[in-house]
Design a protein around this ligand. Sequence first.
Ligand code: HEC
Ligand code: HEC
Ligand code: HEC
Length: 380
Amino acid sequence: MNRFERFEGIFLVAGIGFFLLSFLGMGLAPWTTLKKLKMIPEGTGRTAEEELGRTIFIHEGCWHCHTQFVRPVAGEPRRYGPVSQAMEHINEIPQLFGTRRVGPDLAREGGKRSNDWHLAHFYNPRLTVPWSVMPGFPWFYKKEGGKIIPTEKAKALTAYMQSLGKSAKAQMEKAEEEYRKNFRIGSILPPGDDLLERGKELFAEECSGCHGPQGDGNSEANKLLLPAPADLTEDNPTPEYVYTVLHKGIPGSAMPHFRDCPEEDIWALSYYVVSLEPKEKEPVIPPPSPEVIDRGKEIFSTTCAVCHGAEGRGDGPAGIALKPSPPDFHGMRPSFRHIVDTLSKGIPGTAMAPFVQLSAGDKEALAFYIRSLYTAGEKQ
Ligand code: HEC
Ligand code: HEC
Ligand code: HEC
């Protein structure tokens, strides 16, 4: 019997044959065709640091919980931004489209959050998002004398996050700017005990990681965020002020926007923040004489108005472009001690520098003046 008539022989020939066929059809043919397409650029356009971040993303299995693909179905673009294009994933091997979404899609993550937000989040996601189920990656950090210092790995991962969705970044930024520019408060939900109770719960779930359970900025996240989360107990804002911050976020800081939450929840949070009291009440300060306020006004217009605006609305010529930009003193009335303190220490991580040249009297005059700008009636 001829050996080619044996089964083994048939399998051998068929096996080699099919292997060659598929090698030609699925390997060689596309390779030679694609090689001729000169429009495919080399590389992925990422820096070495971003590439390292991508490698860590693969090693740590982040793709197991995060997709990188905005699908062309209803609702997706509203939540994440423009639908993903094939061109965006050019020369990425392996591609990280992913299939499971335990966490949100990351295709448009670049520019969405600040670097310090990512650094605090990778250390322990509960610091920035108290309800998060994402694991922490504390081994990307060193601890030195109570300080938490991100290593190259944490920084590379952050750089990689900021590189995602580069091609749609300009479009996303423009939409964000438009939103912030056109934002107006529609209707005001009246306060109520139920709303306050709901606000308290939501604060614990959404805000306590950064601002601390008491809202005084005392938190673990504080160690990794710059500027640090505000001490909300010293701000005395109006509900409208907080509502606006929650819709717009504070670009240039880790403060995210919460505009995707239901309107009722945003009002609940706003009323709750307004209700926060400092641990130690401010001592009663006798009202100033009109001359003191005038003096404060004078120093303000020569020293502070470039940033804070002639009327303290945060719209001075040098202030508008700042990130974070100065607050509107008509919508919040920081405590006396907070203003004096801010003038002595500044706010690290922002353009607000300490004003060491001002005398104690000047600082007090400024505090009285700033507090006199508050237009929302009596609230201590
Ligand atoms: C067990 C699943 C899981 C793993 C693993 C995981 N994540 Fe997450 N991730 C989540 C969840 C859930 C959220 C939403 C809550 C939050 O923001 O922490 C999230 C949120 C995020 C966000 C914020 C997205 C946004 O803008 O709201 C980023 C960025 C992120 N993850 C990156 C990573 C990276 C990088 C890794 C790997 C080092 C990783 N994740 C691993 C589940 C996971
Ligand atoms: C990821 C951390 C983070 C989370 C979460 C967060 N904040 Fe903030 N928040 C900040 C930081 C940082 C600032 C200070 C920004 C600055 O100095 O410009 C801030 C500032 C604010 C301000 C403005 C205070 C001022 O002085 O003008 C308000 C109001 C506020 N946050 C309320 C909230 C509320 C309510 C929540 C929850 C729904 C929340 N924040 C969640 C980090 C956070
Ligand atoms: C170079 C611009 C600039 C100048 C000049 C400046 N500020 Fe500021 N100021 C800022 C910015 C930006 C912030 C917001 C910081 C932040 O977001 O945390 C701020 C915040 C503040 C706050 C804290 C408000 C809060 O949210 O708690 C006070 C009070 C204040 N400034 C007072 C003054 C006074 C008084 C002067 C003049 C002596 C002055 N600033 C001059 C930029 C400036």
